[in-house]
Ligand binder design. Structure first.
Ligand code: NAP
Length: 295
């Protein structure tokens, strides 16, 4: 292979996402080397100027930065099994989805081989890669992030979270919890209104207004959680419990699934049993920071 430059990038894994990442790098002029278990998936990229490496070792050796994007950590371990000294002094950016423990373990493995490591989570679908819409969460070596920030910015909005390699995976799942929380609450409301013949499109502007209003409380509530003080400036937990009981009763009466409000109320009841009836809603963090009482 010809001599490498600081902006050269190796891409391991050419599935739907890997091909999108490689395409975005090629588009802004990076020389890229690619490797994929099934080499035929590299054909289009090679036609656009990518070099296809015969082995993962040759691929890693070809660039100062290697980006990996395979199905999961098991696949990553299988792909990297032959890699030994090739990573020394280089940066590995792993965009394979996984959990925080896997990210931290991969960081140890990489650092034992003398390499820098950034763990990433892609909060986007392949067609948006290379645009600002594609948020790429990254955590790990700050020095490596700063050095290669412009390369990473070619993939989307590269967002650095901190030195702990597990952070990107944790932000990823926390974001999903937020997403499903909102979606499930919206669907429960759609089901309630549906009993009165109100369709989803008619109900949804009100749902959006409620969701936006609630989001507006979060910064102030975060201050309460961070300070560990929960003054009931708006409503007490006891007041919330009364509203939840009403929501459960209404759902049951209308033969609408009441599992979601029952879960809300179970958490609030635990806090009330713990003597927190007079506190504000964010005191429930003390329930969320414990293991589940039921599974
Ligand atoms: N697609 C999305 O919308 C999206 C969004 C966010 C995050 N992600 C994450 O991005 C990663 C890749 O997703 P994808 O959509 O590109 O999946 P995909 O299209 O199924 O591609 C999977 C890739 O992993 C490779 N692979 C699987 N097992 C392997 C093994 N044992 N050894 C070597 N390579 C192996 C495949 O190689 P072969 O071609 O040889 O099978 C292929 O390159 C996943 O972690 C996914 O969660 C995807």
């Amino acid at each position: 292979m010809s001599s490498q430059t600081d902006s050269d990038v190796t891409l391991i894994g050419l599935g739907l996402m890997g091909r999108a990442l490689a395409g975005a790098l090629l588009k802004v002029g990076h020389q890229i080397t690619v490797w994929n278990r099934t080499s035929a998936k590299a054909e289009d990229l090679v036609a656009q100027g990518a070099r296809l490496a015969d082995s993962v070792n040759i691929a890693v050796n070809a660039s100062p930065v290697t980006i990996t994007c395979v199905s999961d950590y098991k696949s990553l371990q299988q792909a990297f099994a032959p890699v030994a000294d090739e990573l020394d002094g280089r940066l590995l950016v792993n965009l394979t989805s996984g959990d925080s423990a896997q990210a931290r373990e991969m960081a140890r493995w990489t650092e034992q081989r003398g390499a820098y490591y950034l763990d990433g989570a892609i909060m986007a679908v392949p067609p948006t890669i290379g645009t600002d819409e594609a948020v790429i969460l990254l955590s790990g070596s700050k020095t490596a992030f700063k050095t290669h920030q412009s390369t990473l910015a070619a993939l989307g909005t590269a967002t650095y979270l901190g030195e702990d390699h597990g952070l990107s995976a944790l932000y990823d799942v926390a974001g999903l919890s937020m997403m499903w929380g909102v979606l499930n609450a919206w669907l429960h409301g759609v089901a309630l209104l549906g009993t009165a013949g109100v369709d989803a499109s008619t109900y949804t502007p009100f749902a959006v207004q409620m969701a936006q209003g609630t989001v507006g409380w979060l910064a102030g509530y975060a201050d309460q959680v961070d300070s560990g003080t929960y003054p009931p400036d708006d409503a007490t937990l006891a007041t919330h419990a009364g509203g939840m009981a009403h929501l459960i009763e209404e759902s049951e009466r209308l033969a609408v699934n009441a599992d979601l409000p029952r879960l809300f109320k179970a958490l609030v009841d635990q806090a009330i049993t713990a003597g927190q009836a007079g506190h504000s809603y964010p005191v429930l963090i003390e329930q969320f920071t414990q293991e589940s009482r039921t599974s």
